[in-house]
Design a protein around this ligand. Structure first.
Ligand SMILES: C[S@@+](CC[C@H](N)C(=O)[O-])C[C@H]1O[C@@H](n2cnc3c(N)ncnc32)[C@H](O)[C@@H]1O
Length: 252
């Protein structure tokens, strides 16, 4: 079974419980807070709920590998339109259920099933081919992808000029922790990424102004195996890069 197919199957199984596990709730709260604290660093000309009606400005977010919508919820007040994409229909259904329960307009926020990392991309929405996103974010998804180079390119090409890509994932752990545990190898490609790798991915996709920030507070992953719970501390990084603004040829 391919990595993508395994992810689809495993996250479908987890979808119903995903938002109920205390360890995930804690991590999601940590990530949401860090995302909101880093709005300036991300560098988008955000809207806020108050200024929406006045200037009618639109900010479009692509939440890729969206899961149940942690990033979309954290950035919700600062964007006008959100598209979530995830390979798991179970996670997509949970994302849409949360949005519906919050009374949000599906025209403004919804998720669809899709895989932009496959060749060709498979996505059940034409909106996913838009090249007009102000910001694309992948949170805790990159270590699940088979081809991060292709993924970075596919996301970068969906940004409008001046748009920003943000990848949130685990910093490459050292020693034995750097190995992917045997029981998750079918769905996790690598344990983490280092700064040079992320820079190479961003620059290879034509993005500029690369920057990587390491979250000071660690997150704790819990894994259940054979009735035993193991806890793994992980360091999280945020990497950002922007698409070039249109440049014009200036004649001498
Ligand atoms: C650890 S969860 C993170 C979900 C969410 N971004 C969050 O921060 O809570 C990883 C997500 O990546 C999705 N995923 C894995 N491989 C994918 C792929 N090739 N394309 C799209 N989504 C994928 C999974 O279905 C899952 O929802």
């Amino acid at each position: 079974m391919s990595l993508a197919a395994a992810n689809k199957a495993e996250f479908n199984k987890m979808a119903a419980e995903y938002d109920l596990k205390p360890a995930f709730l804690k991590i999601n709260a940590q990530l949401a807070e860090a995302i909101r604290d880093r709005l300036e660093w991300i560098g988008i000309d955000w809207v806020s709920e108050e200024d929406k009606p006045e200037d009618g400005k639109e900010i479009h977010l692509l939440d890729y590998a969206c899961g149940t919508g942690v990033v979309s919820r954290a950035l919700g007040p600062y964007v006008t339109h959100t598209l979530g994409i995830d390979i798991s229909p179970g996670m997509v259904a949970k994302f849409n259920e949360h949005a519906q329960k919050a009374g949000l307009d599906p025209e403004r926020i919804h998720a669809v099933e899709g895989d932009l990392c496959s060749d060709p991309p498979t996505v059940s929405s034409t909106e996913a081919s838009s090249t007009n996103f102000d910001i694309a974010v992948v949170c805790a998804g990159f270590h699940h992808f088979n081809d991060t180079e292709l993924a970075t390119k596919r996301l970068a090409e969906r940004l409008k000029p001046g748009g920003v890509l943000v990848i949130i994932d685990f910093l490459n752990p050292s020693g034995t922790q750097g190995q992917v545990p045997e029981d998750v190898k079918h769905m996790v490609k690598v344990a983490g990424f280092d700064e040079p790798t992320m820079r190479r991915l961003f620059e290879g996709a034509g993005l500029v102004d690369f920057n990587l920030w390491v979250m000071p507070e660690k997150v704790v992953l819990e894994r259940e195996k054979d009735g035993k719970t193991t806890r793994l501390e992980r360091t999280v990084f945020f990497a950002r890069g922007g698409s070039r603004l249109n440049s014009y040829c200036v004649l001498p």
